[in-house]
Design a protein around this ligand. Structure first.
Ligand code: HMG
Length: 423
């Protein structure tokens, strides 16, 4: 095996200790970056972001847009969404408009408990279970004392349960009201404190203590109705479209292949809003997909049914997010986005994000069962197709116009159009 020159020199060791300009020089040398590429990196670099992560290079920018017409619990919200995908924001606005033709979306959060686990190895389940039962109060108290500020905000450790995972492993599950924060650090501190204590008291080995992203006690329940006549397209009557949407949601309960795509459509909106509010979208992705698979079969997280002349959608979505803490204070746009969305606390944040998910799902399903996804999606995708094949923003209107008329709007078509107009 030939050893790469970089590896022999070990020039990447302690890379994180180098100054920004030294890091940049090394990367530029190694990758052969041009002056223009270096300029782009420097232009987008922000000192503050450099403090958020390690080995920072620059800020990677993503587009942000606004969903209009979302009515949640009787209030109109504009929702900022961060996404690179064409048609997502148009679709969410479309779904929001359809759902606001009824009574709007009802979105309820009754509690937000984040859980975590202490995994214990080679202890008798009954011994751990009895110990936790008789020391429940002490364990909750220990957890609270390890992170006392949470009590000031009205939160704290609320319950502790024990589950047998196998003959070898037992899980002690702690549930914490983390208040306005997502609470990853709070709960991990608490878990490490109780893990040490349990391990000392029972003389057992703890394998780890860590929060769980399975967030079935931090859910938002969303529902909304659309009069079926609002679902009509040029070729399909509203009542037919409504029944087909209900059928589509049933298929997502039956088939993992469809369920994965159904949920991806929902996450188009959820992730984009979660990012705009500065939250950890990987935690939300993990929570939603594990929730979708909690029965052992992966299913769509929303369902649609026709009742008389109304199509009704329902969804339960776990959203382990926070209104304060994490990157939310560091990323300047987060405060602006919260103000645009008119959300004031974590419950409202969860309610609005859940509502976006339902609206996103409705628009995608309506497109799928009426005109097909390509018509609306491709129409908006043409700009991205043109840009990714070298069109400038000045050339964009002409290229998109000609692509619309083309029977085969693909990258070759863009290149041919560009050749003609540049001549
Ligand atoms: P349309 O029927 O041509 O729209 O839909 P319209 O002209 O009747 O407008 C209706 C509303 O949509 C508008 O109301 C806007 O709110 C919004 P208005 O403001 O006019 O009173 N709207 C727009 N908003 C911003 N920019 C625009 C725009 N156009 C309409 N340009 C539309 C066109 C694309 C909205 C529709 O075809 C649609 O909703 N399609 C779904 C697209 C979609 O889901 N895209 C996501 C990518 S595909 C995917 O990843 C998920 C999927 O696989 C999930 C699944 O399988 O379940 C599909």
């Amino acid at each position: 095996m030939q050893i790469d020159g970089d590896m022999m020199e070990n020039k990447w060791n302690q890379f994180y200790k180098k100054s920004y300009s030294d890091r940049l020089r090394l990367i530029a040398q190694s990758a052969g970056l041009s002056e223009d590429q270096l300029k782009l990196i420097k232009q987008n670099a922000d000192d503050k972001s450099g403090e958020l992560i390690e080995n920072s290079l620059t800020d990677y920018r993503l587009p942000e847009g606004i969903v209009t017409g979302l009515v949640v619990n009787g209030h109109q919200h504009l929702v900022p969404m961060v996404t690179e995908e064409p048609s997502v924001i148009a679709a969410a606005s479309n779904g929001a408009k359809l759902l606001s033709a009824g009574t709007g979306i009802t979105s309820v959060v009754s509690q937000k408990l984040i859980s975590g686990q202490v995994i214990i190895k080679n202890a008798k389940f009954e011994v751990v279970s009895d110990f936790v039962s008789s020391n429940r109060h002490k364990i909750l108290e220990l957890a609270d004392h390890s992170h006392p500020t949470i009590l000031k905000y009205g939160g704290g450790a609320k319950k502790v349960l024990v589950r047998k995972l196998s003959a070898q492993f037992t899980s002690v599950d702690l549930f914490v009201d983390t208040g306005e924060a997502m609470g990853a650090n709070i709960i991990n501190t608490m878990l490490e404190a109780i893990a040490n204590w349990i391990s000392e008291q029972l003389a057992v080995e703890t394998t780890m203590a860590i929060l769980s992203n399975f967030a079935d006690e931090a859910v938002v329940q969303v529902s909304g109705k659309v009069p079926v006549d609002k679902l009509a397209s040029k070729s399909v009557a509203g009542s037919v479209a409504a029944q087909r949407i209900a059928d589509a949601s049933e298929v997502a309960q039956l088939d993992i292949k469809r369920a994965a795509t159904h949920n991806k459509g929902i996450m188009n909106g959820v992730d984009a809003a979660v990012m705009a509010f500065g939250n950890d979208w990987r935690a939300v992705e993990s929570a939603v997909h594990s929730y979708a698979a909690q029965t052992g079969t992966y299913k769509g997280v929303s369902t649609w049914h026709v009742h008389g002349n109304q199509l009704e959608g329902k969804m339960i979505l776990p959203l382990p997010i926070g209104f304060v803490g994490g990157a939310s204070k560091v990323l300047d746009m987060v405060a602006v986005n919260k103000q645009i969305a008119q959300i004031h606390n974590v419950k409202e944040e969860m309610q609005v994000i859940g509502a976006v998910g339902l609206a996103q799902n409705l628009a995608a399903l309506k497109a799928l069962v009426t005109d097909g996804i390509q018509k609306g999606h491709m129409n908006l995708q043409l700009k991205s197709l043109a840009l990714s094949n070298g069109a400038t923003t000045q050339e964009l209107p002409t290229v998109v116009d000609q692509l619309r008329k083309s029977s085969n709007p693909d990258s070759t078509a863009v290149k041919d159009i560009l050749k003609t107009i540049r001549r």
